[in-house]
Design a protein around this ligand. Structure first.
Ligand code: 3PY
Ligand code: MG
Length: 264
């Protein structure tokens, strides 16, 4: 007989936490072993962002990483490589609970992303229920469409001066859950390549964060030190992507030989 699980529609715990005003934390993922996703889940992080923009991951690998996230009770998000409806629907079809779209610069672009992430009446996401997200057709189709629309988290990245200039119209686009400021690309756009802690970068980040919060949107950004996590949280930034799997491993690794005597 049909199993209970195939009828269940998952609730997006991350979306709920954000709506409750909680702070959430998770790394970007570039490594392909689903075990690494499980480790971050067991370590107490809230989400992982499986990165299809930077790094070598494929959509097929991402699907196994999404499975691992479900096992370890950590929310899987996929960052697509560009604002492409085909990529957004593939990310959601394999079971990602959120999509993160880089380099949003206008409300038209924001709207394209939202339309790709939501089924009718909110959008025009490509329809296929023979996918992992719909339990390969075991899920009731109406349950699937409505739970997908309710649960899918849309994270729009603002990472350049054009997006900042158009921030008011972008914020007015219905359907965005999180406005995520990408400090690295923003630093480049401001002529300060890589200087993510530069006061100018921080000033722009704060301005976008304040405007987004005033519109009732959750704000996100990227931090690669605990000090910057604290600084961003003090601005009311709820959604913090804390570093990258490879960077976290490197930092832990480099500290070991550095703290051991070179002579015995
Ligand atoms: C950026 O900083 O540009 C990113 O895309 C990630 O934070
Ligand atoms: Mg970026």
């Amino acid at each position: 007989g049909k199993k209970e699980g195939s009828k269940l529609t998952p609730e997006n715990k991350l979306k709920k936490a954000l709506q409750e005003g909680k702070a959430v934390l998770g790394p970007f993922m570039k490594l392909s072993d689903p075990a690494v996703v499980e480790i971050f889940g067991h370590a107490g992080f809230d989400f992982v962002i499986i990165d299809l923009e930077h790094g070598p991951l494929s959509i097929e690998t991402a699907q196994n990483m999404v499975r691992a996230a479900e096992i370890a009770d950590i929310t899987p998000i996929i960052r697509v490589s560009e604002n492409d409806p085909a990529q957004i629907s593939r990310a959601l079809d394999i079971g990602a609970q959120g999509v993160q779209i880089p380099h949003i610069t206008t409300s038209t672009e924001a709207n394209t992303a939202i339309k790709a992430a939501k089924f009718s009446p909110l959008g025009e996401r490509g329809v296929c229920r023979f996918v992992r997200a719909a339990s390969y057709s075991a899920m009731d189709r109406n349950d699937y469409f409505s739970s997908a629309n309710d649960n899918t988290l849309v994270i729009a990245m603002i990472e350049g001066t054009e997006g900042i200039q158009n921030i008011d119209e972008i914020l007015a686009t219905p359907g965005i859950d999180v406005i995520f400021i990408g400090p690295y690309d923003l630093s480049q756009s401001l002529g300060l390549l890589g200087q993510v802690s530069h006061p100018r970068v921080f000033e722009e980040l704060e301005r976008v964060a304040d405007k987004a919060k005033a519109q009732g949107l959750a704000v996100g950004t990227f931090a690669d030190s605990i000090e910057s996590v604290r600084k961003y949280q003090a601005l009311g930034i709820q959604f913090i992507s804390y570093s990258v799997d490879v960077g976290i491993i490197y930092e832990a690794a480099v500290a070991i030989p550095a703290s051991v005597c070179t002579r015995v």
